[in-house]
Design a binder for this molecule. Structure first.
Ligand SMILES: [Fe+2]
Ligand SMILES: [Fe+2]
Length: 395
């Protein structure tokens, strides 16, 4: 097991300077105008960060010769660093309520009814939630530390820790009102379920193909994956619905990282950047594989949110149709690169063009950032655009 200090979960980047949100907005504007990479990457390595002082700035002409990161490679690491901070933020929320709170992942004291509803899917759900949380914390801490070690700006989302989150008994009271992500108004695209069971379509070759949803009702309306207040715990069927929603949120998120890392790695210039991206990426795949297996154990049910009136139905996926069959958790082979080649079992999509903005749009559509400020979206867009502008062999 990895060892983290007791302060790991709550001190994310506390030693970094906090950018002024207004400055971030200002910095994002010229970015849109100067999408031509030459025009903005020639200026400094800190493009897109908006968070650092002059000490981090490095002349791009000397970057490669000195072993420092090229601006493109820094951007390819900084965007995932930001996403990992966001991942850690919501995984910490899950761990507080349904995981194992310990010195590795401290904070919160759990909600027994929610914890037990999760354990209906697998008795080790709390351990898996804990370990996934631990992994994400190490991902962003490593990526940011690596960026700093190379004289590049880290990702910093501390100014945006403003969302309320759950106030149910069991959360870490110190983090109420200090969340980055919103787990209470999710709209989940569960089409990954059929995308990985379909042996004749690949989103990279069939960008307009619509993969059916595993849980269609999660793809419409807004659903909470965690108890918002103690009142949410009065109906056992709704508690199970929240646990089921969480269990589909887990793989929905992790399959995104599963695609993002190989997508970005194709445009890295330096060997070590490639090594980092292709070493972290497969751990997201391991998360996805685990969670896609557990999601299949979500008990079929229909529940209505007592606060919003929104209904959710979890269908019985114990079917013979290959597109939905729940034990087909390993990637079915599918077309790759060209239909003239044989089908192959692969991660998909891995198209590199616009991969970072695609990931940001996916997470935004999920509702994970509902309540966040325009400055937050400006900052994340800035990082994603810089990552998408990076080119293999370029600066
Ligand atoms: Fe991660
Ligand atoms: Fe992850």
């Amino acid at each position: 097991m990895k060892t983290n200090s007791a302060s790991t979960a709550n001190d994310i980047g506390n030693t970094q300077d906090h950018p002024q949100t207004q400055k971030l907005e200002e910095k994002s504007r010229p970015y849109k105008r100067s999408i031509s990479r030459r025009s903005f990457l020639g200026k400094s390595l800190a493009v897109g960060a908006g968070t650092v002082g002059a000490g981090f700035l490095i002349n791009t002409r000397t970057a490669r010769a000195s072993g420092a990161l090229t601006p493109g490679d820094a951007a390819l690491l900084r965007f995932p660093a930001a996403l990992e901070i966001l991942e850690a933020d919501f995984w910490i929320q899950y761990n507080e309520l349904g995981g194992i709170q310990d010195s590795e992942v401290p904070g919160g004291s759990g909600i027994p009814a929610y914890h037990d509803a999760l354990s209906v899917l697998d008795e080790d759900m709390d351990q898996y939630i804990h370990d996934n949380t631990d992994d994400e914390i190490t991902h962003h801490k490593f990526l940011n530390a690596y960026l700093v070690s190379k004289g590049a700006a880290p990702a910093n989302l501390n100014p945006f820790r403003t969302l309320r989150g759950s106030i149910a008994t069991g959360v870490n009271p110190n983090l109420i009102g200090k969340r980055l992500t919103n787990l209470t108004q999710l709209t989940l695209d569960t089409s990954w379920w059929t995308r990985y069971r379909d042996d004749s379509h690949n989103p990279d070759l069939d960008p307009t193909h619509v993969f059916p949803q595993a849980v269609p009702s999660l793809h419409v309306g807004q659903h909470t994956a965690i108890p918002r207040t103690n009142a949410d715990l009065s109906n056992a069927n709704f508690v199970q619905a929240m646990a089921n929603t969480a269990s589909f949120h887990f793989p929905t998120i992790e399959q995104g990282g599963n695609s993002l890392y190989p997508s970005l790695a194709q445009r890295a210039t330096m060997e070590e950047t490639v090594r980092i991206l292709i070493s972290i990426g497969p751990t997201e795949t391991m998360h996805f594989q685990t969670w896609s297996d557990k999601a299949g154990n979500a008990p079929p049910l229909t529940a209505v949110d007592p606060v919003t009136g929104v209904s959710v139905t979890f269908p019985n996926l114990d079917v013979s149709n290959q597109l939905f069959k729940k034990n087909l958790i390993m990637p079915e082979p599918c077309p790759f690169l060209s239909r003239s080649l044989p089908i192959v079992s692969i991660i998909r999509p891995t198209n590199t063009n616009g991969a970072a903005m695609g990931a940001l749009r996916f997470l935004t559509a999920m509702g994970l950032f509902r309540g966040q400020s325009p400055a937050f979206f400006a900052y994340m867009t800035q990082l994603a655009q810089a990552a998408d502008a990076a080119r293999h062999g370029g600066f």
